[in-house]
Design a protein around this ligand. Structure first.
Ligand code: ATP
Ligand code: MG
Length: 562
């Protein structure tokens, strides 16, 4: 099909100097040669046979046979006396500015890459886990979320699957999934048959563990295109007998662009559970297995990513412990409940109140043992380390503008005998080696050192690149006081904010958390057993620090030693 023979209508503006008003007419060009088209233009604007005129594009290219053949449907042309005459009045050119498909395909790359290279892969997976947490929010029983890395070539392409037993999506919701920036706040709720009731903000819960972490309408798309080049979403909502399946891929976008088809269009396949008639067997054996699992499920969503970049595959295999630990850190309080992963004897009887189960598995070539970890069993993420080396904690609340609230916690990690117990990150690159003093070696001599006190969680989920150094009331005072200065290096802290504190779309940083909390209007209150205390927080904190020092720090002093 050539352009010349395809459906074409041109918008022609009469811009001849003597025209009192610029008039516009659509002149059909389908199947016509230039000569015939010019005759039609003459007719349309009643131009006499003696009169000469030219037709140009809006960048003043004169329409000759060659240019004419290139003209696309709907283009704006100007009818002039001569190619360089002035416009007697303004014309209106209709244009389209559909975003390029790179908006989707490259969104992830710049979002995550710009934020710190290598380590960003766990944060891309976190976006998909966020979606699964949101989708399973109102699930009664176990909320299962699985990341399966299928790197066994005998089963087809390398694939990463994120699977949950959440509410699934109707075909309308699946359509919405694909729309970049269409968030729960701006979905069309106007029709009676709408799939979404208007968004209702969840009621406040302790530590804001509300699972309401779908926010911008970008996370899932960014994540899949950061990890790979193709995403297949397979989903079934509980009320429906049908499974809905949709593929969005770079390859498909390229094909549509080449064929000049609409870019943001696609096909949802509606089928019965377990039906894998559409699967190309050799390439996607693993998909057959996945689809076979559908039959026993009430509702689910699976996101299948293929075309995974090879350096990602290497990283995921080689640093399995590292990145799964990072996920355990991000979702620490979702996986372990509000008190976190306290493994000490004293906490053994406290009921674990979380029903969130996040599993990660990695299958390599047959014969090689597959790896599997449940985030609940990760015992070396930073929050686990902080919690298990705490001897006392100080709770507080910060009330910023309106409903913006933060629950906060400071933990004391005492000095014990020959070491600071403030936990070290086992994966952190070691600092410069200290001058060793053989006679009296103190392990981890600086405790927290210059590091910030607080890690920050938003709606219960870690925002990994934002930390808050300190607040005025918990900073080491300039003048020596009743508490030795080194004690201030023995504290760690956590802030749990609600959704009133905005985060960036990649959920890696808060926009202005520290600024908001430093505002004069922000009120800090100590909390004991859930009750706000009407006392000056600074004095309370200093007293608490003094008690911690006196009760928990234990130092050995050798005397009379020869
Ligand atoms: P954010 O940018 O904060 O991630 P978002 O979660 O709305 O916002 P996406 O992650 O792209 O954006 O997801 C788009 C929508 O698709 C979600 O709002 C949700 O309605 C739906 N969705 C995504 N994943 C799932 C899932 N696992 N189960 C059910 N619905 C899902
Ligand atoms: Mg999301």
């Amino acid at each position: 099909l050539t352009l010349a023979s395809s459906q074409r209508g041109m918008r022609v503006f009469d811009c001849r100097p003597e025209s009192k008003q610029v008039t516009e007419q659509v002149v059909e060009a389908t199947g016509k040669k230039l000569e015939g088209f010019l005759q039609d233009v003459s007719k349309a604007f009643s131009i006499s046979g003696k009169e000469t005129f030219v037709l140009t594009t809006t960048d003043r290219r004169v329409i000759d046979d060659n240019v004419f053949d290139e003209l696309e449907d709907g283009i704006t042309l100007q009818l002039l006396r001569s190619a360089d005459q002035e416009l007697p009045a303004a014309t209106q050119e209709h244009i389209k500015y559909v975003p390029h498909y790179y908006t989707l395909v490259q969104s992830g790359m710049y979002e995550y890459y710009a934020s710190e290279g290598q380590k960003s892969l766990p944060y891309a997976f976190a976006e998909l886990v966020d979606n699964s947490l949101s989708a399973t929010a109102s699930k009664e029983g176990l909320r299962t979320i699985e990341i399966r890395l299928l790197f066994d070539e005998s089963q087809g392409k390398h694939a990463a699957v994120v699977l949950d037993n959440g509410c699934g999506m109707t075909s309308k919701q699946l359509n919405n999934w694909a729309v970049y920036r269409l968030s729960k706040f701006n979905r069309d709720n106007s029709t009676i048959h709408s799939d979404h009731s208007g968004y209702v903000r969840p009621a406040p819960v302790p530590r804001s563990l509300n699972s309401d972490i779908s926010f911008f309408g970008v996370g899932g798309k960014q994540a899949v295109f950061y990890i790979g080049q193709s995403a297949r979403i397979i989903t079934k909502p509980a009320a429906s007998p049908d499974v809905h399946e949709f593929v969005m891929s770079k390859e498909d976008f390229e094909r549509k662009e080449k064929n000049k088809e609409d870019i943001y269009c696609g096909v949802i396949r509606n089928r019965k559970p377990g039906d894998c008639a559409h699967i190309v067997v050799e390439e996607e054996l693993f998909l057959q297995a996945l689809i076979a699992e559908e039959e026993d499920k009430e509702s689910f969503t699976a996101v299948v990513i293929t075309g995974i970049q090879s350096e990602h595959i290497t990283y995921l295999k080689q640093h399995f412990d590292l990145w799964t630990r990072e996920l355990a850190h991000i979702y620490h309080y979702y996986v372990h409940g509000i008190h976190g992963n306290d493994m000490r004897q004293s906490a053994k009887n406290v009921q674990k109140e979380s029903n969130v189960d996040i599993q990660i598995s990695l299958v390599e070539k047959s014969g090689k043992q597959s790896r599997r970890v449940n985030l609940r069993n990760v015992d070396n993420d930073m929050q686990t380390l902080y919690i298990n080396s705490t001897s006392a904690s100080f709770e507080f609340r910060a009330q910023a503008h309106g409903e913006a609230t933060v629950e906060g916690l400071i933990r004391y990690h005492p000095f014990l005998y020959d070491r600071e117990t403030y936990p070290q990150d086992p994966y952190a690159s070691p600092g410069p080696a200290d001058e060793e003093d053989d006679e009296c070696e103190v392990f981890n001599p600086v405790g927290r050192g210059k590091r910030p006190i607080f890690e920050c969680f938003w709606n219960g989920r870690l925002i990994p690149y934002t930390t808050v150094a300190e607040f005025e009331w918990c900073a080491c005072p300039k003048k020596a006081g009743s508490v030795p200065a080194e004690c201030y290096n023995r504290i760690s802290g956590v802030l749990f904010t609600n959704d009133c504190f905005p985060v960036s779309t990649n959920k890696l940083t808060f926009m202005d958390l520290e600024l908001q909390l430093r505002d004069r209007e922000t009120i800090f209150t100590r909390v004991i057993n859930g009750q706000d205390q009407r006392v000056k927080i600074q004095r309370e904190f200093t007293t608490w620090m003094k008690e911690c020092h006196e009760q928990y720090d234990k130092q050995i002093k050798f005397m009379g030693f020869q």
